[in-house]
Design a binder for this molecule. Structure first.
Ligand code: A2P
Length: 329
């Protein structure tokens, strides 16, 4: 069964996918089979590609690219209760890392920060280091370690049932690239053969060294003429002396490159990463007169110049259409 479309509509038909086969109340045991640093170079961040064998569990062969899975870290939280499940994007194609759906992977960034007071009750003088519980647990895990996993979760941020009927613009910041690694692999190297759709991936990072899966993506671009990989490096100076900016600045600068793609009825846009990217991209689309296919702007905001939109107002008054998939945090 499928949803969301008719024969002539440009809207994608999304396949039915498995959901919650393993609920958080009854996690199953997976085993780490690989953990590699997937960054381009030395950086202030630490991001690892962690692969987990889920064979023999209900997750085996039952997830698809774009979905998430859960990890339950060991131990208890500050209230003495067992830690809750955390969701991670599946970075693998639907056939898994192993080609048989037995191994799924994620792109995990260590959360490292200084403590800061967040409520009036908190100690204002405190500034010691804190490390995110689950991201560091997952990044510290070694090959052979057992991990409690759940899922899969997510039925909207996935590829359409008939991928060849569409072209694609994938927009990512940082680890937001995870689902696109899987989806692009499905499109170009999956069992149904490469699609000849136009596929663009725009990846935004602070420094070149923060690029993720960069060598693999460049190699994929060499193998497939219809795949185009664009990088946007926010904090480095470009040849013209300006900073690289954000993903939406890049779209603005390169509008000649993407305008035709975005005007096509076939095109689907997927955004994954920082919530701020959503505002910037929505403003870009509206300003460039490309928004109608991807955004429904309610009357309250229709007469407000896109430059004056903000995160709050787009949350309230702008809805993505069926051709715009969002996963922002
Ligand atoms: P910057 O940190 O220079 O402000 P990562 O997850 O690896 O930190 O990368 C996130 C990337 O997204 C960085 O390049 C970051 O830039 C950029 N970024 C930050 N805010 C926004 C925003 N509002 N829209 C798009 N990109 C953003």
């Amino acid at each position: 069964m499928t949803t969301d479309s008719t024969e002539h509509s440009p809207d994608p038909v999304l396949p039915d996918v498995n959901m919650h086969l393993v609920p958080p109340s009854k996690p199953v045991v997976g085993r780490v089979v690989e953990s590699t640093n997937c960054m381009k170079g030395k950086s202030a961040s630490f991001v690892r590609h962690v692969s987990i064998d889920v064979s023999g569990t209900p997750l085996e062969g039952a997830f698809c690219s774009g979905q998430s899975f859960g990890v339950v870290p060991p131990g208890v939280d500050h209230n003495g209760k067992p830690h809750k499940v955390r969701l991670y994007s599946i970075a693998s194609p639907t056939r898994g890392e192993d080609g048989e759906g037995k191994v799924l992977a994620t792109t995990c960034k260590r959360l490292i920060d200084e403590y800061w007071p967040q409520t009036p009750k908190d100690d204002e003088t405190r500034h010691d280091l804190f490390t995110g519980v689950c991201s560091n647990y997952l990044c510290d895990s070694k090959v052979g370690d057992e991990i409690l996993v759940t899922g899969p979760v997510g039925k909207r941020f996935i590829l359409p049932a008939e991928p060849c009927r569409h072209d694609y613009l994938f927009l990512a910041t940082g680890t937001g690239i995870a689902p696109f690694r899987g989806m692009i692999s499905d499109l170009l190297e999956g069992p149904d053969g490469p699609v000849d759709s136009d596929i663009h991936l725009v990846m935004g990072v602070p420094y070149t060294t923060d690029l993720l899966y960069d060598d693999a993506l460049r190699a994929l671009e060499k193998r497939h003429a219809n795949f185009h990989y664009h990088t946007v490096v926010s904090r480095e100076i470009q040849p013209d002396g300006t900073k690289g900016g954000y993903v939406h600045h890049y779209l603005d600068r390169q509008v000649h490159l993407h305008e035709t793609l975005l005007r096509e009825d076939r095109t689907l846009m997927y955004l994954c990463g920082l919530a701020g990217m959503q505002l910037g991209v929505f403003q870009f689309l509206a300003r460039a007169g490309l928004g109608d296919a991807y955004l429904k702007v309610k009357d309250d905001l229709r007469d407000v110049a896109p430059a004056d939109w903000d995160t709050k107002s787009i949350r309230k008054y702008v809805r993505p259409t069926h051709r715009c998939m969002l996963e922002v945090y």
